[in-house]
Each structure stands twice: as structure tokens, then as C-alpha cells.
Design a protein around this ligand. Structure first.
Ligand code: ACM
Length: 677
């Protein structure tokens, strides 16, 4: 952001921004997420009115025309002003002139040019890009720039020169553990495009479900899916929808483990005799393809030959994670094969499997992507290693000449705050010591949503807005890392995503209403503000989940990260200035114990939450007492501090698979009260 003096109107904006608590960032017109590589602000603003039109110049294709129409439709929705979305050719009549230089790649790849330049003056906006994908990125920036101020809707005058830091910016969605219907995939693609993510990694098969129609091997989807799968036409529709938005679709068919759903219809591929049924249990399972038999490769050849017709991307994800080797160890014929080939353990056998798979992929002109476990010196250097075991293993792969993408630190089902994902840099930590050419092999990363404990109701809330924080890490320059700024902009993007049809906020409201029965859900919304769900891996350790367990409890309804708790912590950090607000918030939380004790009479689902709400009340009461001491400026008695500390220690432990996340903030109040300041 260029430093400059403010005009009187802008000074008023700054003042207003500060008054409404949004800070000066808003006044600078800077709500963009991800932040562009370069932004230069100028004086003035471009007004947005009902006369808004787009003109397309230079290279034009149907994708660009559709994008132009979509942009105006979204702008009309965002502003509530009816607009004519038909693109013009005459730039003189247009508010936004788009100039694309040439066609992009027939199949979008890692090498696609996504850069763009957006120049906004008080007269007109001009978006220039080499390719349609660059235009798409710039259009999202333009839409994010539109603000309402005292003069109406407008975009601040500025020049943006933008391009991504990493070429692979993905979101992985697991549709196997829990079925995720097509409209949810489509709206997630909309959201991805809004924050410039460019790869949908579709985890389509696993032990609990096979989700693609196969005409060649129909027992795969017929017997492996409980009837929940995407037809081939639907897959084609998703791929086309993604391309329209500049997003690649990389399918994952996880082999040779995570395979049970395949074996229900085709038990002859397995390492242990069937029959098999669709697995309801979760966690790491033993079933595996038999890598020693030619028929297995013939099957994979025919199957992959069919799937590449649906998925044009140059990369094909073969999974390869978490093969236990048990079914191989317990099969004497497989053991004999391993001895014969001098293989010492199941990793060697998996490497053999991958090497037989590789020419099949190559025959179909596909490159292999797989999780960490596929890394083996015999594999060629054009494979991509997808790291879920740490930056160190990613760095190791890069050092050995392999390309890699990072997902460690981006697992959204671990229910960590956006700030944590934001702080994870593919080139940080283990990768920091790499040479420039080694660093160039690190292509980016993917947020992952594993759905053992997430379903169609709350998947948007797992994905959004936290994916947007990672999107900024992967798109924006490395030095863009102010967490407060990220959260402020995340809030704006979150609202925009809801306008686009994402349900990450509304799902929580609806699920809390269901939990409340005929009672007042406002209590549960207040309670939710003090809570966060446990990491899904930990949840499965404390509760016997299957893929059919209802996900309708409070832990499923609350957002992964509580905005109220984060804001409360901010208030506490600056407590002397915020005493009244802190007291008001704590007083509300103090009520929830009694209120939930009433609500439970109308909702069996809330039974387990009565003690949780009672704990929240007790924590709030401790905070209120601490405030009393602080306000009277006398140190709290040691015995009181010890007693309340013990209470917070108890309340800090998980209950009903949730954390009371306001405990650390109240602890700060307690410590201050104990110290008398
Ligand atoms: C994985 O989390 N097993 C890729």
C-alpha cells in the first residue's frame, strides 16, 4: 500500500471506519483476500450503478462471455441493483473493460498464466490479462473491491498487478466417508474461485464408498456406494463447471489400500478372500489390492482408461497412503512373491505396485500424484508428492528432485483456527534451507476436508472461511502475514461467500435450531460462542464413530472456530478499556448453564451439553469475580485464585467432544486479578 496523504473525504472514511470498529483498512478500500502482489491506491473512486456494463475486447471465448455475465449478475446481487449482464463490445459504454490477450491452455495446467492487471479510475475499470484464467482471477478481485460508502456503491481507484506465488492451490474434498451431493461440490467451486484456489482434489473412493459411476466395471459404484455416487454426466458437468472458473479437477482413486468399497463388487482383486461389504468403520483398514497378480493391473489399466475420459487433468492422484501391509503379510502366496523378488517389507511391495501403475498412467498421458508414502527413488521425477506428514518430508522430496505439494497444517477436519493454517508456509520450516531450484519444486498446497466427522450439513462450515486463509498463504507474497488483517478480511469474504450460496454460517444456525427443539436457539448460539469442536481424529478416539453415526450433536453444529471467543480474547488483552464489554459478554455466558438446563427438557440431543453449559457458566462466573477484584484494584486472595485456577483446569478439559475456548482468556483475567493489575 502506497503511503500518501489523505483527502478530507478519505479522512472521513478513516474516521467512520474507526467508529464502526472496522479499522482504517476498510477506508483504504482494502478488503481483498488474497491480497494482490502489488496494489497502488489513487485518489477517487469508481461509482457502481444500475448502468454498470462489461465490455469484452481482444480474445473472446464462451468462457469469458459467461464470466462477464456472471460478474454482472453477482454485482447486481451484491448491490441489490438490477443490471444488464449482456457483455458489450464497445468499451465507451462500459464501466468495466476486459481485455484478454489470447486463449489459455486447452486443459488448464500448472503452467497456466493466472496474472492480471486491474486499473480502476473514477471513470472506468480496465482488466487486462494474457489468458482467460487471468481474467477470471481479476474479476474476483474486482468483485471483492466493491464497497458501500456514504456516496453509494463504488470501487476505490487503484492499480493492481497480481499473480500467484504458488501454481497449485487446492481444496481436497473427501466424498467417500460421507456422501457429499453435487450442488455442494459446485458451490464449493464457486467459493474456491472467489479466493483464487485453482485445484479441486476430489477424493472419490475409500473404504466407505466408491463415488463414481463406472460403465466398464459397474459393480464398483453399484455395490460400493450405497447408491450414492456421481454419474459420468455429473462428473463431466463438475469438470466443465470448474474449468469455467479456472479450476483444475484432480481425481483421487486411492490404491492399493483404502480400497474396501472396490472389493465389494470385485473381491478377486483383494489380497485376502472375500466377501467384502462396504466398510462402516473408520480409521486405517487392512484390505489392499493384490500387487502380485497381473489381473489387478489389467483391471486398473481398463479402469484408469475409462476415468481419464472423464478427468482431463494431466495429474492423476493414486493416494497410496496408510497401507498397513497386514493382508499382504498374511497371504503366503504374496509372501512367497516378496521373497522371490527380494522385497524386505510391505513398502517394497508398494513401490513395486507403483512402478507397475506408472506405465499405465503414462500410457494415458497422466502424471502420478500420491501421498508421502509413494516416494521411492525408482519413481521418475515428474511425479508429485503430496505431503501430509510434514514440511520436512516435502523438503526431503524436493531435495531428491521431486515436486511436492503441502497439506500438513492444512487439514481442516482438525478444527484448528484460521490463524494456524495461515501461519503454515509450504516454504517454511523444513523447506527453509532449500536452494532456489529445490524450492521451485514445491508447487503449493491443498486444504483437506476428511469427512469421517463431517457431513453434507456442515461441510461448508469446515471448508469456509478457513480455506480462504490458506488461499492467501498460497497466492499472496510471503510477507503478507498480519493475522489481525487476515481475520478482518476473512469476515468480509465470509459474508460474500454466503451471498454466493455457501452455507458455512447458516448451517450452524439451522443445526442449533434443531438442537433447541421448540426452545429458544439463541441460548445455544451464545453457548456455541464459548466452544470449539475437538480435532476429528481425537473425537474418533473417544467415541465409537462409524460412517453412519448421526452428526447432529452440539459438537457438529458449532463452527470450527469461535469468532465470539476470539473477539473476547481481544477484549481481555486490552481489559482496562473494555471492562463493560467483557462484563456484558461474561454475564451472557454465565446465564447459559441455567438456560440449557431448561432447554434440555425439550431436547434429548442436549443431554450431554447440560454439564458443558454449567462449566461455561462457572468459567464466566470466575471471570466476573476476577473483574470485581480488578475494578477495585486490590489483589485477589491467594486461596480464591487457587480455587478458580483449579476450576479452569477442569473446565479446560474436553467435554462432549468440545473445548471451552474462553478458558485461556478468563485465565488471563484471573492472573491479572491475582497480581492486582
Ligand atoms: C492421509 O491423511 N492419510 C492422507
Amino acid at each position: 500500500m502506497r503511503i500518501r496523504t489523505l483527502g478530507s473525504r478519505e479522512f472521513a472514511w478513516v474516521l467512520m471506519g474507526a467508529l464502526v470498529g472496522m479499522g482504517p483498512l476498510w477506508a483504504q478500500g482494502d478488503n481483498l483476500l488474497p491480497q494482490p502482489a502489488k496494489t497502488a491506491r489513487q485518489e477517487g473512486r469508481l461509482a457502481i450503478a444500475g448502468s454498470f456494463r462489461v465490455a469484452l475486447q481482444g480474445y473472446v471465448e464462451p468462457r469469458l462471455r459467461a464470466a462477464g455475465i456472471r460478474l454482472v449478475d453477482r454485482l447486481a446481487q451484491q448491490t441489490g441493483i438490477p443490471m444488464d449482464s449482456a457483455p458489450l463490445t464497445d468499451p465507451a459504454q462500459a464501466t468495466l473493460v476486459v481485455r484478454c490477450d489470447h486463449a489459455g491452455e486447452a486443459v488448464q495446467s500448472l503452467r497456466e498464466d493466472e496474472s492480471y492487471r486491474l486499473e480502476i479510475t473514477s471513470r472506468q475499470a480496465r482488466l487486462e490479462a494474457a489468458t482467460p484464467v487471468g481474467v477470471l482471477r481479476g474479476m474476483e478481485t474486482f468483485l471483492q473491491s466493491v464497497r458501500l460508502d456514504q456516496d453509494g456503491f463504488g470501487v476505490p481507484a487503484m492499480t493492481i498487478d497480481d499473480k500467484p506465488r504458488f501454481p497449485w492451490r487446492g481444496l481436497m474434498i473427501d466424498v467417500s466417508r460421507r456422501w457429499i451431493p453435487l450442488p455442494i461440490i459446485l458451490r464449493n467451486l464457486d467459493a474456491m474461485a472467489a479466493v483464487k484456489l485453482n485445484v479441486l482434489h476430489w477424493h472419490l473412493t475409500d473404504d466407505q464408498g466408491f463415488r463414481v459411476e463406472s460403465l466398464r466395471f459397474p459393480k464398483l459404484h453399484q455395490m460400493g456406494s450405497d447408491g450414492f455416487y456421481y454419474t459420468q454426466q455429473e462428473i463431466r458437468d463438475v469438470v466443465a463447471y470448474a474449468r469455467e472458473r479456472g479450476i483444475r479437477v484432480v481425481p483421487e482413486f486411492d490404491v492399493p489400500g483404502h480400497i474396501t468399497s472396490w472389493l465389494v463388487g470385485y473381491p478377486e482383486l483383494a489380497s485376502r478372500p472375500g466377501p467384502y461389504t462396504v466398510d462402516r468403520a473408520l480409521g486405517i483398514r487392512d484390505p489392499a489390492l493384490d500387487p502380485t497378480r497381473d489381473e489387478v493391473y489389467a483391471f486398473l489399466d481398463a479402469f484408469i482408461g475409462e476415468m481419464v475420459q472423464l478427468f482431463p487433468d494431466e495429474y492423476f492422484h493414486i493416494g497410496g497412503d496408510e497401507v498397513t501391509g497386514r493382508d499382504w503379510r498374511e497371504n503366503p502366496r504374496i509372501q512367497g512373491f516378496m521373497r522371490e523378488h527380494g522385497m524386505k517389507d510391505h513398502r517394497d511391495l508398494q513401490a513395486y505396485f507403483n512402478q507397475r501403475l506408472l506405465p499405465i498412467l503414462q500410457k494415458y498421458e497422466r502424471k502420478m500424484v500420491g501421498w508421502d508414502e509413494i516416494l521411492h527413488p525408482d519413481l521418475p521425477k515428474d511425479i508429485v508428492v503430496h505431503s501430509w506428514r510434514g514440511q520436512r518430508s516435502l523438503a526431503e522430496a524436493a531435495r531428491h528432485g521431486y515436486m511436492g505439494i503441502l497439506s500438513t497444517g492444512y487439514y481442516l477436519d482438525l478444527m484448528q483456527p484460521a490463524s494456524l493454517h495461515y501461519g503454515v508456509d509450504p516454504l517454511g520450516d523444513g523447506a527453509a534451507g532449500l536452494s532456489e531450484s529445490e524450492q521451485a519444486r514445491i508447487l503449493g498446497g491443498e486444504a483437506c476436508v476428511w469427512t469421517e466427522n463431517i457431513d453434507m450439513e456442515n461441510i461448508d462450515a469446515a471448508d469456509w472461511p478457513r480455506s480462504a486463509a490458506m488461499a492467501e498463504r498460497l497466492w499472496s507474497p510471503a510477507q503478507v502475514k498480519d493475522v489481525d488483517s487476515m481475520y478482518r478480511r476473512l469476515e468480509v469474504v465470509s459474508r460474500q461467500l454466503e451471498w454466493m450460496g455457501l452455507t458455512h454460517r447458516s448451517s450452524s444456525r439451522l443445526m442449533l435450531e434443531r438442537l433447541a427443539g421448540d426452545g429458544d436457539p439463541a441460548t445455544l448460539r451464545r453457548l456455541a460462542g464459548a466452544l470449539a469442536p475437538l480435532n476429528c481424529d481425537v473425537r474418533r478416539r473417544v467415541h465409537p464413530y462409524t460412517s453412519l453415526t448421526p452428526l447432529n450433536r452440539l459438537v457438529d453444529a458449532i463452527p470450527p472456530e469461535s469468532d465470539a471467543a476470539r473477539e473476547f480474547d481481544h477484549l481481555v488483552k486490552h481489559w482496562p478499556a473494555n471492562q463493560a464489554k467483557i462484563r456484558e459478554q461474561l454475564s451472557q455466558w454465565k446465564q447459559v448453564g441455567a438456560e440449557v438446563a431448561q432447554l434440555v427438557h425439550g431436547s434429548a440431543l442436549l443431554q450431554e451439553d447440560v454439564p458443558v453449559a454449567a462449566s461455561v457458566s462457572a468459567v464466566a462466573e470466575a471471570g466476573l469475580q476476577a473483574l470485581d477484584y480488578l475494578e477495585h484494584a486490590k489483589p485477589a486472595p491467594k486461596a480464591w485464585v487457587a480455587e478458580q485456577t483449579a476450576l479452569l483446569d477442569r473446565a479446560g478439559k474436553p467435554q462432549a467432544e468440545m473445548w471451552i475456548v474462553i478458558v485461556p482468556s478468563v485465565r488471563k483475567l484471573l492472573q491479572a486479578a491475582g497480581a492486582g493489575k
